[in-house]
Design a protein around this ligand. Structure first.
Ligand SMILES: [Zn+2]
Length: 78
């Protein structure tokens, strides 16, 4: 279960994603305004699952700053 916050209507909602969702680029759409400007609020198990993928493709995409979060630490992981 992941928590998301919409950047357009400022609502929060939850989405239940499969285990392998962390390895995929799934577009989450706000159920209220259909906006794709949503920000994932990282949960504990989700943060732990990140970084386990050693695929070069994943490193290339993550370095582009796809996530605009400033508080979840997804852009500054060690
Ligand atoms: Zn929205």
């Amino acid at each position: 279960m992941y928590e998301y916050g919409c950047l357009d209507c400022a609502r929060q909602f939850e989405r239940l994603l499969p285990m392998n969702a962390a390895d995929q680029h799934i577009v989450i759409v706000c159920p209220f305004c259909q906006s794709t400007h949503v920000q994932r609020r990282l949960s504990l198990f989700a943060a732990h699952s990140r970084g386990e993928t050693s695929a070069p493709a994943a490193a290339a995409t993550t370095s582009g700053g796809g996530c605009s979060c400033s508080s979840c630490g997804c852009g500054s992981r060690s």
